[in-house]
Design a protein around this ligand. Structure first.
Ligand SMILES: [Zn+2]
Length: 307
């Protein structure tokens, strides 16, 4: 199917895209001045009685403006229509090459023709798969070729977006497996030493106070306060964005050290309040948030009425 398309597309090579186009205005001083001001080009060649037009204005003299041009042949529109019909519905201008044969001067009357110069093989780019279509415009004054303008587009089928990257998984090991098992049940578990009774978090195999290896899990009540926090400013990382929109980029966001009512502290996100409203002492309550089908993380929400 695509091979047939490629063969069909190739038949458009060499066909006219524009026939006997006529510049709407002769090369003129006001347009040259506007261009130079817009470009910040102060080259003295473009002012005064012997001024020439900046060569890079070549295409300007051929532009149809809002009312468009006569002389447009059907071939180019047909070619684009074929590509649209085959699913290559997007277009992006990729590059332009110009050749200048002689300078243009105020008063020069422009005519031009354009031709479909080439249609590439099917190519896959970062944007998607499609065909490069190159057209070439020959610009003349009278019978003289004064320049050529070669313009290339990619007509393509947009690549499917990659599925959103998943948020990194916590590292679950023998020492902390019980904590994560609790999170799956929406319980915030801390460890209590079976010998001295000291509470500890994060989970560790032994007691820092007495060295005992014996412990019991204790379910925290979920209340806490912000003990400290930092605000992260960094380039957006898709796994941390709320959606696929750039406007929801992850930064800045607050990362807080939460002191639980039981006295131990844990690092988590504060939700329900803008990053710049997070404050030391802010009262929060644990909430178990599902990030995808597998991942649930404890986060801390500001208590109602507090911001
Ligand atoms: Zn102990």
């Amino acid at each position: 199917m695509d091979d047939e398309l490629a063969v069909h597309l190739k038949t458009y090579e060499g066909r006219a895209a524009t026939i006997a186009g006529i510049g709407k205005d002769p090369v003129n001083v006001p347009m040259i001045r506007h261009w130079c001001e817009a470009m910040g080009d102060t080259n003295p060649s473009y002012v005064g009685p012997d001024a020439v037009a900046p060569p890079t204005m070549l295409q300007v003299w051929t532009m149809g403006g809002l009312s468009g041009h006569g002389g447009r042949a059907k071939a180019y529109d047909e070619l684009l229509g074929l590509l649209d019909g085959a699913g290559y519905t997007s277009v992006v201008a990729t590059d332009c090459e110009q050749e200048y044969v002689r300078p243009l001067r105020p008063g020069d009357e422009i005519t031009f023709d354009s031709v479909i110069e080439s249609v590439s093989e099917r190519k896959t780019t970062r944007l998607g798969t499609g065909y490069f279509v190159t057209s070439r415009m020959d610009v003349r004054v009278g019978e003289d070729l004064v320049g050529t303008h070669r313009f290339r587009i990619l007509k393509y089928a947009p690549a499917r977006r990659k599925p959103k990257e998943r948020r990194p998984r916590p590292v679950v090991n023998r020492d902390n497996a019980g904590f994560w098992a609790g999170v799956r049940q929406h319980r915030l578990l801390i460890q209590r030493c079976a010998d001295c009774g000291i509470l500890r978090f994060p989970w560790l195999p032994g007691c820092n106070s007495c060295g005992s290896l014996d412990w019991d899990p204790l379910e925290a009540c979920g209340e806490g306060t912000v003990f400290s926090y930092v605000v992260m400013h960094h380039p957006p990382f898709p796994a941390f964005t709320a959606s696929d929109h750039g406007a929801d980029a992850a930064g800045p966001y607050a990362v807080a050290l939460i002191e639980l009512a039981e006295g131990v502290r844990m690092i988590s996100n504060v939700v329900g309040v803008p990053y710049d409203k997070v404050r030391i002492g802010l009262p929060v309550r644990v909430e178990f948030r599902a990030y995808d089908d597998e991942l649930v993380l404890p986060v801390f929400r500001t208590r109602e009425g507090v911001a």
